[in-house]
Design a protein around this ligand. Structure first.
Ligand SMILES: Cc1cc2nc3c(=O)[nH]c(=O)nc-3n(C[C@H](O)[C@H](O)[C@H](O)COP(=O)(O)OP(=O)(O)OC[C@H]3O[C@@H](n4cnc5c(N)ncnc54)[C@H](O)[C@@H]3O)c2cc1C
Length: 394
């Protein structure tokens, strides 16, 4: 079953009733209005329901294909669905206008992200990593790096990746061995990274890899790690794409559930060495990368809610369709299993947990509440209580 209906009503409930659109009071969001946000959610739901969701099964069954030269073809329809997302301007909705984005509050971007991940998580992972790369570069990149890479990343015509993991360096990144050797104004990167989400693909013109590596003379441990920007295609001074850099996909990792997402083993520098540029301060790579990882942490949570929402919808659809046993309510045989009290309990429990987590994630995305802020639901209860006291309501 490939059904998904974006939960616009539930998202609006959190934004409008629980959070009372409090992020619109923050400086910088003067242009955003409740009407605009409603329209954005409705449009995002169309993209999620009509374009991304139908490809979820295709991605799972077809997976991704690695060719002899290391290039990867994504599942049929994925590149076009990603293009529809880029052309709709969705990649930059939560990014500030100064960086070429649409300057909507993060809570709106998170709501859109939930819908897209519920529709097709494998595809949603691609822009999720780009968002982290935008965050890391906008905080730690040089002015020249921001000018060269951010507009394309914000637009989505280039995508971003996060390159931490190596065979011997998983949770413990102090063991990173990838080397960065200085050469003129750049470095030559050599090493292998594993599990790199959307590390190679055919859905965008260029891929900007953010890579943890260490200089040959760097100290052992975390303090020796720096962050480097390694483009798939080098970028000429006029912004056009130049030569192919020395980074290739050696294989696609096998995993459950997200076959449509190319999780790659990447080899850097098997020939002459991949050209990379230092981002931020030398020896502070892990710290800079945490900007990207923290962005990813919230987004992975929102992704989980998208998947939980989809699971709730599928469970309910199955429970009302599957006939089994006698109904405890009507006594009739062959009732839908949703009539059984324990099945109802489970369905309601799933629904309640999903909604509670959505409220939590969006509350975090909305940022701190103003000091004298009262949620609208509470405010309206107080109004009702006051009206009752005045005898204007029975
Ligand atoms: C689908 C997928 C996509 C990924 N995408 C990326 C990506 O884009 N970029 C990237 O760099 N990496 C990516 N990764 C890799 C991911 O970051 C690593 O899997 C993760 O860092 C854990 O490393 P590991 O798998 O080597 O597990 P290990 O470090 O070997 O850990 C194994 C187990 O031991 C536990 N453990 C380890 N150390 C401790 C400790 N100190 N205390 C308590 N428990 C501990 C872990 O929690 C885990 O349960 C991806 C992984 C997957 C599965």
């Amino acid at each position: 079953m490939n059904y998904y209906a974006a939960p616009v009503r539930d998202l609006r409930f959190v934004l409008e009733e629980l959070l009372a659109h409090r992020s619109l009071d923050l400086p910088g969001f003067e242009e955003a209005s409740p009407d605009l946000i409603e329209a954005v959610l409705e449009e995002a739901a169309k993209l999620a329901n009509d374009v991304w969701a139908p490809l979820n099964d295709v991605g799972d069954k077809h997976g991704t294909t690695r060719h002899g030269d290391g290039s990867i073809s994504t599942a049929p329809g994925f590149a076009e669905a990603y293009q529809a997302y880029v052309e709709g301007g969705w990649n930059g909705i939560g990014v500030s206008e100064s960086l070429g984005g649409q300057n909507l509050p993060e809570v709106v971007a998170s709501s859109v992200q939930e819908m897209l991940h519920g529709a097709n998580m494998a595809l949603g992972l691609c822009p999720m990593l780009t968002a982290g790369a935008i965050e890391a570069l906008s905080h730690h990149g040089s002015d020249a790096q921001k000018t060269t890479y951010l507009p394309k990343l914000v637009e989505g015509s280039w995508t971003g990746t996060m390159n931490l993991t190596e065979p011997q360096a998983g949770s413990d990144l102090s063991k990173v061995r990838t080397k960065a050797t200085p050469e003129g104004d750049h470095y030559r990167i050599r090493g292998q990274k594993i599990y790199i989400t959307w590390g190679e693909h055919d859905a965008a013109e260029n891929i900007i890899h953010l890579v943890l590596a260490r200089k040959p003379d760097a100290p052992e441990g975390n303090r020796g790690i720096s962050l480097f920007l390694v483009p798939k295609f080098l970028v000429n001074e006029d912004g056009s794409l130049g030569e192919r850099n020395d980074v290739t996909c050696a294989s696609i990792e096998h995993k459950l559930g997200i076959h449509g997402s190319p999780t790659c083993t990447l080899s850097f520098g098997e020939q002459e060495g991949a050209i990379g540029y230092l981002v931020g301060e030398e020896g502070r790579g892990l710290n800079h990368m945490f900007t990207m990882m923290n962005e990813a942490r919230h987004k992975v949570g929102v992704q989980g809610i998208g998947v939980a929402e989809r699971a709730c919808q599928h469970a309910l659809a199955y429970a009302v369709e599957r006939l089994q046993g006698r109904s405890p309510r009507s006594g009739k045989a062959d009732c839908a299993i949703s009539d059984h009290l324990d099945v109802r309990r489970m369905l309601l429990s799933m629904r309640a947990r999903t909604e509670a987590l959505r409220a939590l994630a969006l509350t975090c995305a909305a940022g701190p509440a103003p000091r004298r802020w009262i949620p609208r639901a509470t405010a309206s209860r107080r109004t009702h209580a006051a009206m009752r006291r005045r005898g204007s309501m029975c």
